[in-house]
Write a protein that binds this ligand. Structure first.
Ligand SMILES: Nc1nc2c(ncn2[C@@H]2O[C@H](COP(=O)(O)OP(=O)(O)OP(=O)(O)O)[C@@H](O)[C@H]2O)c(=O)[nH]1
Ligand SMILES: [Mg+2]
Length: 228
C-alpha cells in the first residue's frame, strides 16, 4: 500500500471516529441529565448477552426503570426475546454493520422515556473487534465471555478487553462439561483486562446475577435535571 493511500485511510478513520465522538458526548450528557446508567454490553455472537439481559430485566421488573437498545446485523430476534419484562426495548438492525455507533444510539433515544429510566443496556452487535472502537456515550463497558469460547479469547481480542470495566464470565453452569480451565481464563483476563471486575454467572440458572445487579445499582447516578 502506498504512503498516500495509507495516510488517506488514517484520515478517514479519524474523521469517522471524530464524528462518532461528538454524538457520543451528546448522548452522555443526556444520560447524565436524566440520571441514567448506560451500559454497553459487548461480546462474541452467542456468549449470552440477550440471555443475561432477559434474566436481569426479569429481576428488576417493577423495581427499577430499565430499557434496552439491542443491535443486530439482520433480525429483531433479541428485541422479541426481551419484550414482556417491563422494559422499553428498541431494536437497531444495522443492515450488516458489525457494531453500533453513537449516531445510531442518538436516533433510537427518542423512543425511550429517559426520565423514567435508571438503567439503559445497549446490547452491541456480536463481535469482539469492531464495537470496542466506538464510544456510544455509555458510562460502563462490559465484556461477556462464555465458557464455551475458549480461555484465550481475552488475549486474542485485547482491544475490547482492555477497555471494559467488567467482564461477565457466563454459562458457568456448563463449565465442567466443556472442561473450562478457570485458572487459565483468569490469567488471560488479568493480563488483558487488568482493571476489570470479574463476575462469574449463569444467565440460565441465575448464579452470580445478584452481585452483578448490586454492582450496577451502586453506579447509578442521580438525575441532574432541574426540578428533579
Ligand atoms: N447453558 C447456558 N446456556 C446459555 C447461558 N446463557 C446463554 N445461553 C445460551 O447460549 C445461546 C446464545 O445466547 P444469546 O443470549 O442468544 O447470546 P447473544 O450473545 O445475545 O448472541 P448474539 O446476539 O447473536 O450476539 C442460547 O442458546 C442461550 O440459551 C447460560 O448461562 N448457560
Ligand atoms: Mg443477542
Amino acid at each position: 500500500m502506498s504512503a498516500a493511500i495509507s495516510s488517506r485511510i488514517v484520515e478517514i478513520e479519524e474523521s469517522v471516529l471524530g464524528k462518532n465522538q461528538e454524538a457520543a458526548d451528546k448522548n452522555r450528557r443526556l444520560f447524565a441529565e436524566n440520571g441514567v446508567l448506560t451500559i454497553n454490553v459487548m461480546s462474541s455472537p452467542g456468549s449470552g448477552k440477550t440471555a443475561l439481559l432477559e434474566a436481569i430485566l426479569s429481576r428488576i421488573q417493577g423495581r427499577l426503570g430499565a430499557a434496552v437498545i439491542a443491535g443486530d446485523c439482520a433480525t429483531d430476534n433479541d428485541a422479541q426475546r426481551l419484550r414482556g419484562r417491563g422494559a422499553e426495548i428498541v431494536q437497531i438492525v444495522t443492515g450488516g454493520y458489525c457494531h453500533l455507533d453513537s449516531e445510531m444510539i442518538a436516533k433510537a433515544l427518542p423512543e425511550i422515556d429517559l426520565s423514567a429510566t435508571r438503567l439503559l443496556f445497549i446490547e452491541n452487535v456480536g463481535n469482539l473487534v469492531c464495537p470496542a472502537s466506538f464510544d456510544l456515550g455509555e458510562a460502563l463497558k462490559i465484556g461477556v465471555l462464555s465458557v464455551t469460547e475458549g480461555e484465550d479469547k481475552p488475549l486474542k481480542y485485547p482491544s475490547l478487553f482492555a477497555r471494559v470495566d467488567a467482564v461477565i464470565v457466563n454459562k458457568i453452569d456448563i463449565a465442567q462439561a466443556v472442561e473450562w480451565d478457570r485458572e487459565k481464563a483468569m490469567r488471560a483476563l488479568s493480563a488483558a483486562a487488568p482493571h476489570a471486575v470479574i463476575f462469574e454467572v449463569s444467565a440460565r440458572k441465575g448464579d452470580g446475577l445478584g452481585a452483578l445487579l448490586t454492582w450496577f445499582e451502586d453506579r447509578m447516578p442521580t438525575p441532574k435535571r432541574s426540578g428533579s
